[in-house]
Design a protein around this ligand. Structure first.
Ligand code: ADP
Length: 269
């Protein structure tokens, strides 16, 4: 524990003795360390595609100057790296926005089944490409919950995108909605939205850290699939803002289930 201790004499006339102030600095230091780690991670993530691009520019100016085939191939790679940087910056901005809004309760109402259906429609193309089919359960009801529609779209886009990416090719992704009469974590009724895949699954030891910024089980794999490692961190902050909970269960080799539990009503405060 880091602490700052100051001892000062009592002002004249109050009596004999001293004032002892102990300031616990461990929390502040931990936050500062996290900030430093984050900046180091961001720098590293941005530098990787940049270094690759600079290398290809040098090669194109030099040895590959007159090689049309190499030029096309290198330009393709450079485009991919530039797109990766673009996605990273986009996700960093999203993360920063959701973090700054986390304390403000959402004031609108959201048609949750409609929102889930429209997210599935926008992801249909990538599902088709991966040969994944969607299954739904409990979406054919009328339900409106307090929430921020744009942010909830982001949550389910991220979860469904991951389920497609890390699920089995040719497999299925199940999206279910269910009421929970009493959710102890919310101390009241809630709605559980499950996004489930039957793919590779996640080793138990990784589960508690999955929502950390830039935490990936397999960095190579995530990068190769265009991941930034920020998706679940963004999801966590949005769910927190909705006073909800994110529950992750998974079995290696069997698949994963990400459950977002949203409160039926938002209490004051
Ligand atoms: P990424 O951009 O790498 O997908 P996320 O924050 O969305 O970043 O996820 C963090 C990590 O969690 C991923 O790199 C992956 O290792 C793991 N992960 C997320 N969703 C799944 C899933 N449905 N199945 C298996 N692993 C997953």
């Amino acid at each position: 524990i880091a602490a700052e201790v100051t001892v000062s004499p009592l002002p004249a006339g109050i009596g004999r003795g001293a004032l002892i102030a102990i300031l616990d600095q461990s929390v502040a230091e931990e936050a500062e360390q996290m900030r430093r780690d984050f900046v180091a991670n961001v720098s590293h993530e941005l530098r990787t595609p940049l270094t690759a691009m600079i290398g290809f520019i040098e090669t194109l100016r030099g040895p590959a100057r007159n090689d049309a085939k190499a030029r096309d191939r290198f330009l393709d790679i450079m485009e991919r790296e530039a797109n990766r940087m673009n996605r990273l910056v986009h996700d960093l901005l999203s993360l920063s926005r959701v973090q700054s809004e986390e304390r403000r309760r959402p004031s609108a109402e959201v048609d949750l089944p409609g929102l889930l259906r429209s997210v599935m429609a926008t992801m249909q193309h990538s599902a088709d490409e991966a040969g994944v089919s969607f299954e739904t359960e409990g979406l054919d009801i009328d339900l409106s919950l307090p929430g921020d529609a744009d942010q909830l779209v982001q949550v389910f886009q991220n979860l469904i995108e991951n389920a497609i990416k890390y699920g089995t090719s040719g497999g299925r992704v199940r999206i279910g909605l269910q009421r929970i009469a009493y959710e102890p974590l919310l101390r009241g009724p809630g709605w559980a939205i499950r996004v489930e895949d039957f793919g590779e699954g996640i080793d138990e030891m990784h589960l508690p850290r999955l929502t950390e910024r830039f935490y990936r089980v397999d960095t190579h794999r995530s990068r190769a699939q265009g991941g930034t490692g920020l998706g679940l961190a963004i999801v966590k902050h949005i769910v927190n803002r909705h006073r909800g909970r994110l529950r992750i269960t998974s079995r290696k080799g069997e698949g994963s289930r990400f459950t977002v539990i949203l409160p039926e009503t938002l209490q004051r405060g």
